[in-house]
Design a protein around this ligand. Structure first.
Ligand code: K1U
Ligand code: ZN
Length: 185
């Protein structure tokens, strides 16, 4: 196991990357449960690089493979101001969560323009593999903890709005439907 979790800075980012289309809620493909990553090969490294560029371009602080219609347990996160602390987690698992919880205003690139409060454990320890297949543990708190939990929910087919009341979920669906109709007109 790594002592140091691998954070990839700008020098580690590849140049030959593609921006991937992001699925929008309530697309049923966002409900799919992701399967474990089994091959740590060039395809996986390219997918992680493309997901990172897609996240930075959006702009966002995290992205799950589910959101780009790839149903494998892979997420990318960078909550740094300087956008040079990229974490790539394959097969992430929460091995410890604090009893203490926090309420944080969350957004989602799959639910554009919608922000609302969600309560989650304040701190988590995540065990995952890097793109080479090496296992590492990372202790997360603050926005990093919130974002990792949000992205891991995507891998289970769960979008943050599902934590909100049925009334709020209904309003969000109506708002997004109206916006889509306006855009199509
Ligand atoms: O769609 C996603 O899963 C990414 C999402 C992650 C997230 C944000 C806030 C709380 C929990 C999870 C986003 O990145 S939404 C966009 C956003 O919050 C943001 C964009 C630019 C700078 C800072 C934040
Ligand atoms: Zn999201």
């Amino acid at each position: 196991m790594h002592a140091e979790p691998p954070a990839y800075g700008p020098a580690r980012r590849e140049s030959n990357v593609a921006l991937l289309p992001i699925l929008e809620y309530p697309d049923p493909r966002l409900k799919k449960v992701a399967q474990p990553v089994t091959r740590f090969d060039e395809r996986l490294r390219k997918l992680a690089a493309d997901m990172a560029e897609t996240m930075y371009a959006a702009p966002g602080v995290g992205l799950a493979a589910t959101q780009v219609d790839v149903h494998e347990r892979l997420i990318v996160v960078d909550v740094s101001e300087t956008k040079d602390q990229l974490y790539v987690f394959a097969n992430p698992e929460i091995v410890w969560a604090s009893e203490e919880t926090v309420v944080c205003e969350e957004g989602c690139l799959s639910v554009p323009g919608i922000y609302d409060e969600v309560r989650r454990p304040a701190k988590v320890r995540v065990r995952a593999q890097d793109v080479q297949g090496e296992t590492f543990d990372l202790d997360c708190e603050g926005l990093l903890a919130v974002c990792v939990q949000h992205e891991m929910d995507h891998l289970l087919g769960k979008v943050f709005v599902e934590y909100l009341s049925p009334l709020k979920q209904d309003r969000i669906r109506t708002k997004l439907k109206k916006r889509k109709a306006r855009e199509a007109a």
